[in-house]
Design a protein around this ligand. Structure first.
Ligand SMILES: NC(=O)CC[C@H](N)C(=O)O
Length: 439
C-alpha cells in the first residue's frame, strides 16, 4: 500500500483519503519515506520539518473531509513562497534561515482547503537561473530545468503528488518538460502573488506541477482567486460551462526559435500532432505574427531592469551572488527608465494584439523545450517559446508527451488565450485521454 500511495496522482489520493482507506498521517509518512530514500541524491527539497507536519496533521484531523477539497493531500511549495512555519530562503545564501512569519496567499488557500504543506522545494537563486544541486531523476548528469527545479523533480520522482512553482520566463514549463511531468502556468494574476518573492511586476506568474491532467483543475480551483469582485475580468473563469466541448480548434505554432529545436524532438511533435483524433481536434498550422520575434528583446529588457531594481541590496554582496545573476543586474542597470516604460507599453499592446490574432483558436500547440534536458546542471537552455506566453500572460500547460533522442522526456506545450484556463485544461485532459498510448 505504502509504495502504491506515492505513485497516485492527487485525485486518486484524495479519493482514498476521503473514503478513509488511508489516513492523512499514513499518506504523509509514505511520501516522507520516499523523500528519505531519494532526496539525498536528487536534492529537490530545501526544508522539511516534522514538527510543522505534525502540527498541520493535528489540525487536518479535526476538519470535515467533505467540505475540504484537498483534505490530507501533501503539497510541496517552491522556496520563494512565504510560509509562516518554515523558512523561505529563495535559493540564496543571503536569505538563509529567513522566516517571513506569514503564509503566501496561495499557501493559505491550500491549507484552508485541507492540504498539508509537506515542505519547501529547491529553487534556483532568486527564481532566476543558477542552481547547482538539484538533479534530474531521469539522468543525474542532466539539468532538471530551472527555476522550479525542486518542484518538478519532487513530482517526477514520486516524492510529492503536487508542487507549486513560479515562472517569469520559462521556469515552470522547462523543468516540467525536462522531468516529464505536467507543468501549468495559469493566466497572469489569477493565482495571487501576495507573499511570493517579486522579481518583476508584469511577468512573475505562479503555477504548479502535477502527475496527471485531471489534477490541474482540482488544484486551480483550490488556489485561485474566486469571488464576485473579480467577475468583470474573470468572467471566463467564474462562468465557464462544464458541458464538455465537442471539439477543439487547435493551432500548431512553430515559433521564432523553432529552427533551433532538435530534429528528433520535432519529429516526435509531428507524430503527436498527426495522431490527434480529428473527431475532437480540428488541427491547422498557423504562421506566427512577425511581431513575436520582438518579444525576446522586450522581455529581456523588462526582466533585467526590474531585477536590477528589486535586488539592489543583494547586488552589493559581491561573491554571495552567482555570476549569471550579477550579469543580469549589471545589464539591467544600463537600461534607462524611459526604455523600461516603453517596454511596458509594448507589452500591454502586444498582449491585446495577440489575443486578437489567436481569436479563432481554442488552443495552440508547440514544443515546450527545444530538446531533452541538456547535460550539466547549469548549462544554458536552447531558446524556446516559454517566455513569449509568460510575457503575453497566456495560460500554458506542458504535457509530458514526447521522448527525445536518448529516450528522455520532452513536453508538448498547450497554450490558450488569457482567462481561457478551464478551456485549456479541458482540452489537455481530452488530449491525454485520446492520445493515451503516446503519453
Ligand atoms: N523564473 C524564470 O522563469 C526565470 C528564467 C528561467 N530560469 C528560464 O530559464 O526561463
Amino acid at each position: 500500500m505504502k509504495t502504491h500511495l506515492t505513485h497516485c496522482d492527487a485525485t486518486e489520493l484524495i479519493g482514498l483519503l476521503k473514503a478513509k482507506k488511508v489516513s492523512p498521517r499514513e499518506v504523509s509518512e509514505a511520501f516522507l519515506n520516499a523523500i528519505a530514500q531519494k532526496d539525498p541524491v536528487l536534492h529537490a527539497w530545501e526544508y522539511i520539518n516534522q514538527e510543522a507536519i505534525d502540527r498541520q496533521l493535528r489540525k487536518i484531523e479535526t476538519l470535515d473531509p467533505k467540505s475540504h477539497p484537498l483534505w490530507g493531500l501533501p503539497i510541496g511549495i517552491k522556496d520563494n513562497y512565504n510560509t509562516f512555519d518554515m523558512p523561505t530562503q529563495m535559493g540564496s545564501p543571503l536569505w538563509k534561515d529567513f522566516t517571513p512569519g506569514n503564509d503566501a496567499r496561495v499557501v493559505h488557500y491550500l491549507r484552508r482547503s485541507g492540504a498539508l504543506i509537506l515542505g519547501k522545494t529547491t529553487t534556483a537563486e532568486f527564481a532566476v537561473h543558477y542552481q547547482d544541486k538539484t538533479r534530474n531523476p531521469h539522468d543525474l548528469e542532466r539539468s532538471p530545468g530551472t527555476s522550479s527545479s525542486g518542484s518538478a523533480v519532487a513530482v517526477a520522482a514520486d516524492m510529492i503528488p503536487v508542487a507549486f512553482g513560479s515562472q517569469t520566463a520559462g521556469s515552470i514549463g522547462r523543468p516540467a518538460s525536462y522531468c516529464g511531468v505536467y507543468g501549468y502556468k495559469p493566466t497572469f494574476g489569477i493565482l495571487p502573488r501576495v507573499g511570493v518573492l517579486k522579481t518583476t511586476d508584469t511577468l512573475d506568474t505562479l503555477g504548479f506541477l502535477t502527475k496527471s491532467a485531471r489534477d490541474l483543475k482540482l488544484i486551480l480551483d483550490a488556489s485561485r482567486v474566486h469571488g464576485k469582485n473579480y467577475e468583470y475580468v474573470y468572467e471566463h473563469l467564474d462562468n465557464y460551462s462544464s458541458t464538455p466541448k465537442k471539439s477543439f480548434k487547435i493551432g500548431i505554432i512553430k515559433h521564432p526559435k523553432w529552427h533551433l529545436a532538435d530534429h528528433v524532438a520535432k519529429e516526435a511533435f509531428q507524430h503527436f500532432v498527426d495522431k490527434l483524433n480529428p473527431t475532437f481536434f480540428e488541427v491547422e498550422e498557423l504562421k506566427y505574427p512577425a511581431e513575436m520575434e520582438k518579444i525576446y528583446e522586450i522581455h529581456g529588457l523588462i526582466y533585467d531592469k526590474t531585477l536590477s531594481y528589486y535586488f539592489r541590496e543583494e547586488f552589493k554582496q559581491g561573491t554571495l551572488i552567482s555570476p549569471i545573476f550579477h550579469e543580469i543586474i549589471t545589464q539591467g542597470q544600463k537600461t534607462t527608465l524611459d526604455a523600461y516604460k516603453q517596454s511596458l507599453q509594448k507589452q500591454a499592446c502586444l498582449t491585446l494584439d495577440f489575443h486578437n490574432y489567436f481569436a479563432s483558436y481554442d488552443v495552440l500547440l508547440t514544443l515546450t523545450t527545444a530538446d531533452e534536458a541538456p547535460i550539466g546542471l547549469t548549462t544554458p537552455d536552447i531558446p524556446d517559446s516559454n517566455l513569449i506566453w509568460t510575457f503575453l500572460g497566456m495560460p500554458t500547460v506542458s504535457i509530458p508527451a514526447l521522448k527525445g533522442k536518448h529516450g528522455l522526456p520532452i513536453g508538448v506545450l498547450a497554450i490558450a488565450k488569457k482567462y481561457d484556463d478551464y478551456l485549456l485544461l479541458e482540452c489537455v485532459e481530452k488530449i491525454q485521454k485520446e492520445n493515451n498510448e503516446t503519453l
